[in-house]
Design a protein around this ligand. Sequence first.
Ligand SMILES: [Zn+2]
Length: 388
Amino acid sequence: MKTPVLFLLAVLVAVGSLADAQAPQGTQSQGALGDRPGAGREPEFPVPSIRDYKPRSTLVVPQHPVPRAKFPVIDIHSHQPSPISAEQFETLVRSMDPLNLRVLVNASGESGEGLRQAIAAIQRSRHRDRMVMFADIDFSRVGPGFGRRAARQLEADVKAGALGLGEISKEAGMTYKKTDGTRLRIDDPELDPIWEAAGRLAIPVFIHTAEPQEFFAPIDYANERWLELALYPGRRRPPSGFPRFEELIAERNNVFRRHPKTTFIAAHFGYHANDLARMGRLLDELPNVYTESGAILAELGRQPRAAHDFFLKYQDRVIFGKDSYQPDEFPYFWRTFETSDEYFDYYRDYHAFWKLYGMGLPDQVLRKLYYQNASKVVPGLPRAAFTD
Ligand SMILES: [Zn+2]
């Protein structure tokens, strides 16, 4: 009798580990299970294109749109003009207030004179506590001695008032060539003095590496971003012209590992929002790494339970960021984070062929996500607008 029991146990263990396995879902059922009667039928009407088929949802469920975030928000990933004119700033703040957006980090960083002008424009405005500047480094011509010079400039930029470094462009690591003609890898030792300086100066490095995984994959009808790639030639990353996704991620992680005293914020959830277990492993291994929510909302909203659990477990490591500044898009983020609404629209059909579901995050986690984590990681941020 022993053998069958052991066998049964082994099967149960195997089934259990299958259920836990974290592999891509891949091809789904295609909507037809086996050879049902009538399989292979052709539609009698012309088949619509994926852009034409927009069925009205007949689902009746409670709906709680959230025009205004529940708590004040710091957006660590904004792109704003620099220097910003008084008029532009007035218009901007008028659009921020109803959303409960308190502070924008202008991650279109500047350096030297450009940075001084950008900061001066903020300081002399009526809204000096509503925007801060990060510093920038131009990585397009890296050669011998570049890292030391850039580190010295970064030190001067921080003295001038920059509160962080970034957004480090995705081009650094992916497309930029060094002066010797080879690809600049983001883990090139020439850049080490920069990451070290950021650690010494106690400022975070806000870094965008790689792109959504599907941008590197064949552009066929199984590609989740087919429409986007068909619409935007500049987003295609074929192997003929670009390093691979995994190569870029490995090089980025080398930088994180090599500089444990430097705080890094991996933009866009490090492009692991479609694999939160992987993101979790990265955060477990590297306590100096944080992440940010820009432009990946559709990934979170399609896995609200996994995302909820992730945000609870890593509540000290995720910082709110939006990327492109579109006031009418922020409420989608609030609704996804704050409510438990079901099956509601995302705002860009070429990002996502699916609906969103709310994560229903508790207040304590929302506060950390919206402003507390940013205040901790970027110590110079204006604090007046935040209650605790
Ligand atoms: Zn950005």
